[in-house]
Design a protein around this ligand. Structure first.
Ligand code: IMP
Length: 191
């Protein structure tokens, strides 16, 4: 089946397409159907934002849609950047976001953090959500060139000695917040 994916992030699309390989679910991006605007995300939680993005697309298209909202929660920063992960720094770019995160943490000993992802599906059966998370710690320097966003600073507990940016897409998807959330998608669509 075809499902609209409410995002303009090409990295996310690539990861999710890989996660959904062999499920029979084909994602169609917003640009492919001529929706060039970014869906709004003004909520205080990942769940509120995922639902907001999915509703925005469903209202405009009437077609089955999945949206995700994700981000990084750092314990020593009381959960920041959280829902503001994309726009943490004024530049709202990965490089400055990572530099700001390193600055804010300084020499903190507690560097515990997690990536979280909530997906929201809307179709003729209504609204459903599911979530996934990935526990880890924030490093003291950038490491690796893969992935996107905060990946070069994030050391997953499940990949000792490596950052998320040093994992293949397949290995990242196996343990990532997004992999864990989107693997529940076929079940959500089942009714
Ligand atoms: P979203 O597009 O509103 O879900 O914003 C998510 C933001 O959180 C991204 O722009 C990244 O800064 C961060 N983020 C989410 N998932 C990941 C990931 O898998 N790796 C690194 N950063 C991520």
């Amino acid at each position: 089946m075809q499902l609209l994916f409410a995002t303009h992030n090409a990295h996310k699309v690539a990861e999710v397409n890989r996660i959904l390989e062999q499920t029979g679910i084909e994602l169609v991006t917003l640009s492919e159907i001529g929706l060039s605007e970014d869906p709004p995300e003004t909520g205080d939680t990942f769940e509120a934002n995922a639902l907001q993005k999915a509703r925005w697309v469903y209202e405009r298209t009437g077609r089955p849609v999945v949206a995700d909202d994700s981000g990084l929660e750092v314990d020593a920063l009381r959960g920041a950047p959280g829902v503001h992960s994309k726009r943490f720094s004024p530049e709202a770019q990965p490089g400055p976001n990572n530099q700001l995160l390193l600055e804010r943490l300084g020499a903190a000993v507690d560097r515990r953090a997690r990536f979280r992802c909530v997906i929201a599906v809307i179709d003729e059966h209504g609204e459903r959500t599911a979530e996934g998370s990935c526990e880890g710690t924030i490093g003291t320097a950038l490491q690796g060139t893969g992935g996107f966003g905060y990946d070069p600073l994030f050391h997953p507990d499940e990949a000792p000695g490596r950052t998320m940016a040093e994992l293949s897409m397949e290995d990242k998807n196996a343990i990532s917040h997004r992999g864990r959330a989107f693997r529940q998608l076929p079940g959500l669509l089942g009714g």
